[in-house]
Design a protein around this ligand. Structure first.
Ligand code: KIV
Length: 257
């Protein structure tokens, strides 16, 4: 296992882990200064490609974006999401994960849990592919949004699932939209870090979709904090550009050769 990943695991219970998504090198270059890990999430389906879910994302799309993201990274751990139907069985998962690792030079891959694919995590880890798990709301396998872990039964199921992923060798697990008290119990039950999205401060780290955080996606569920409004800034800039072009105020001499 790479030192970067070992250092991330060591942060558990000591220092909060910072993770964000990126789909291009121009963004990852900025994030790299502030993040421990950068995820090329299959959320690019919704954010970039206006798809209604992540189900049609291809491995080629992930590889293209991950290669761009890699170019902006000097220190952070680069994790790439494996799209749906690229890890249905051990052989398929290994073949595709190796392709992603080889062609993007990422440090790890992330796979969503369907509560049955623990043996796939184990197989990948045995073959030296570092794996991040993902439980709770897993958009590849769930049709409707739901917060999980609101009851004792659900919490125990989630703890069981997380433990199995840890036993299979994953180095970390994303907890998506899991109730606060449940996230706390899951985090306490594991020796590897949990990274929460919509799962409270009780996780070892946090991840958000960067486009949501900067106000570019227009997606602001309860768990997102919009730190800026980039959409407004682009609107303002483009409006001014359009006006200046129409009035022939742009380009000026100093913008010309
Ligand atoms: O696809 C994605 O961006 C993700 C994060 C929301 C964790 O899986």
């Amino acid at each position: 296992m790479k030192n970067k990943i070992k250092n991330l695991i060591r942060k558990k219970g000591r220092l909060p882990i910072v993770m964000l998504t990126a789909y291009s090198g121009s963004t990852s270059k900025i994030l790299d200064k502030y993040c421990d890990a950068i995820l090329v999430g299959d959320s690019l389906a919704n954010t970039l490609y206006s798809m209604s879910n992540t189900h049609k994302v291809t491995i080629e799309m992930m590889i293209l974006h991950a290669r761009s993201v890699k170019m902006g990274i000097k220190k952070s751990i680069l994790i790439v999401d494996m799209p749906l139907q690229t890890y249905d069985n051990k052989n398929m998962a290994l073949k595709n994960a190796k392709k992603v690792m080889r062609e993007t030079k990422c440090d790890a891959i992330k796979i969503e849990s369907n509560k049955k694919n623990f043996d796939i995590v184990k197989h990948l880890v045995k073959s030296n592919i570092p794996v991040m798990g993902h439980i709770g709301f897993t958009p590849q396998f769930k049709k409707k949004f739901k917060v999980s872990g609101s009851s004792k039964i659900e919490t125990n199921k989630l703890i069981n699932e997380a433990k199995k992923i840890e036993e299979a060798g994953a180095f970390s697990i994303v907890l998506e939209c899991i109730a606060s008290a449940s996230s706390k119990k899951i985090t306490q039950a594991l020796g590897i870090p949990t990274i929460g999205i919509g799962s409270s401060v009780n996780c070892d780290g946090q991840v958000l979709v960067t486009d949501d955080l900067v106000g570019l996606s227009g997606f602001t569920p309860r768990f997102v904090k919009k730190y800026s409004n980039v959409a407004k800034l682009i609107d303002k800039s483009v409006k001014k550009y359009s006006k200046e072009v129409k009035k022939r105020h742009f380009p000026k001499k100093n913008n010309s050769y």
